[in-house]
Design a protein around this ligand. Structure first.
Ligand code: F0G
Length: 497
């Protein structure tokens, strides 16, 4: 193992990295310096209006030449560290037996404590393989909350997802520290109702994405583990956002306040039979993986990896990315690496909350989540308020967010929209990408938008793909509201971008 690139962070960098300001102001401080930069373009309002139309009111369809701050996702767009970039130069190109893979394997073993690793090209590839292996027609998969691609793969194999969240999870305004917890009594009841035979595994998602990046506690995971162990049901952990979950455990769960992030990561992974992850999120690179200490699981899955992903020592990932994954995974144990994004999110969430803008609280991982139904109470849910707000924010600022509401949902067997539990506009905060003045710009434009919210109307589908429609669907406004919003922008901001 190359000790320069792959060394675990030293103990000094494992302590809590909160710097107090003499002024008393709570300012998140960047504990890194910027060494490589990319120029951004804030295109004029007219171009933003045109781009909104060309993209079919779907921010996934915008080109980055028209985007100022890209807050669509944190997936594959986190900043790479110098050590990650350096590690890519020592990649060992080989179809089979690459030493790059060996380095990844040892990082997975050190950080997640799992001996057997199957590489896959990204998180949903892990979901494809796991669903093909475990899910059959009629299967039920209990989870703290589904993720879009997880649900699609489970459904693709004839299964169903059962959301077993606590009463607190869907309360957008809350002070509950662990809204990602699973309700243990409901889990027991679900097992009693559906029977062990129909439950191939129980799935826990770290920093539960669709409810606002909300963590679960280790106490809760232990309780879930006790139930699954009693019934001999495998526990699968989606670790795509495990760094953030670990950060919140350290901040919010008393038992772990003096533990290192490395210890917390191990405590979570030790409770799971299978851990899978999107490396695009967890280690700020590409790729993904499935890991376990159970040789029988490993053996029963590996043929599917060879069939769908690639040979067992690359799994559809380039060796350069494998090197960056290995270093990135080790860096996930460094609190200075994983804390900046949650701290910036907390800053933005608290500032918006203070100014009466409805946001999901407490601040979670991944991004700031705006409650679009609270923001736009006059837009009916069937007119996709979160999608409309995403388009309006882009017009007002060039900031690209992501709709996480009914557009990201599915239709039922009668062709009716399944209205989402919440209509959220997600503003992702990739790791170490933005500066605080950029975050303040987002805050400023949201405050302006909120003051002018009555000008924003609904949208409707004009082209609707059958699967994961939010990626490639096209929508249109229900009135000329985008023009009216733009006119008000001109009035208030004049020639300013
Ligand atoms: N699981 C979780 C919790 C995720 O957040 C994602 C991706 C996946 C699985 C799938 O991983 O993209 O590598 O195939 N989330 C991204 C997002 C797409 O923007 O939230 P993938």
């Amino acid at each position: 193992m190359n000790h320069v690139f792959a060394a675990a962070p030293d103990s000094a960098s494992m302590s809590t990295q909160q710097v107090k300001f003499f002024s008393g102001e709570n300012v998140p401080l960047e504990l890194h310096k910027v060494r490589v930069v990319q120029k951004l373009h804030l295109v004029p309002l007219e171009r933003r209006l045109a781009a909104t139309n060309e993209s079919g009111f779907n921010t996934f369809q915008l080109g980055t030449k028209d985007v100022f701050l890209d807050m669509l996702t944190d997936s594959g767009v986190n900043a790479m560290s110098d050590n990650q970039v350096a590690s890519m130069l020592q990649a060992d190109d080989a179809y089979a037996g690459s030493q790059s893979f060996t380095r990844l394997q040892s990082a997975v073993e050190d950080v997640f404590g799992k001996k057997y690793l199957l590489p896959v090209h990204q998180g949903r590839a892990a979901e494809n393989v796991l669903s093909r292996r475990f899910v059959k027609p009629g299967s039920i998969v209990p989870t703290n909350y589904h993720f879009t691609t997880t649900l699609a793969h489970i459904m693709e194999n004839g299964g169903r997802v059962l959301e077993i969240y606590t009463d607190e999870a869907l309360k957008l305004k809350s002070s509950h520290p662990f809204k990602g917890n699973m309700d243990i009594a409901k889990l027991e009841a679900a097992i009693a109702t559906h029977g062990v035979a129909s439950i191939p595994f129980v799935r826990l998602e770290a920093s539960t994405n669709l409810i606002g990046g909300q963590p679960f506690s280790i106490a809760n995971m232990r309780a879930v583990r006790a139930v699954t162990q009693k019934h001999n049901i495998p526990l699968v952990l989606d670790a795509s956002l495990i760094g953030e979950n670990a950060y919140f455990v350290k901040q919010r769960e008393d038992e772990f306040k003096n533990s290192s992030i490395a210890q917390i990561l191990r405590a979570m992974c030790d409770l799971a039979d299978i851990v899978y992850f999107s490396a695009r999120k967890v280690s700020s690179s590409r790729g993904g993986g499935i890991c376990t200490n159970d040789k029988a699981f490993f053996d029963s899955i590996k043929d599917l990896v060879v069939l769908y992903e690639g040979f067992l020592t690359y799994g559809g990932i380039s060796v350069r990315e494998i090197e960056a994954m290995a270093v990135g995974l080790r860096e996930t144990t460094d609190e200075t690496v994983i804390s900046q994004s949650p701290q910036f999110i907390e800053y933005l969430v608290n500032r918006l909350d203070e100014q009466g803008i409805p946001v999901v609280t407490p601040a979670g991982g991944l991004g700031c989540h705006i409650d679009a139904m609270g923001f736009l109470p006059h837009v009916a849910q069937k007119e996709y308020p979160a999608g409309a707000l995403a388009a309006a924010l882009y017009i007002a600022s060039g900031v690209r967010g992501m709709e996480r509401g009914t557009v990201s949902s599915v239709r039922d067997e009668h062709g009716n929209d399944v209205l989402a539990d919440a209509e959220l506009l997600r503003l992702a905060m990739p790791r170490r990408v933005f500066t605080l003045s950029q975050v303040k710009y987002v805050e400023d434009r949201l405050v302006w938008l909120h003051k002018n919210r009555d000008l924003i109307g609904g949208i409707h589908f004009v082209e609707e793909p059958a699967v994961l429609r939010f990626f490639n669907g096209r929508l249109a406004p229900n009135s000329d509201w985008p023009q009216r919003l733009a006119a008000k922008f001109r009035q208030d901001f004049g020639d300013s971008l």
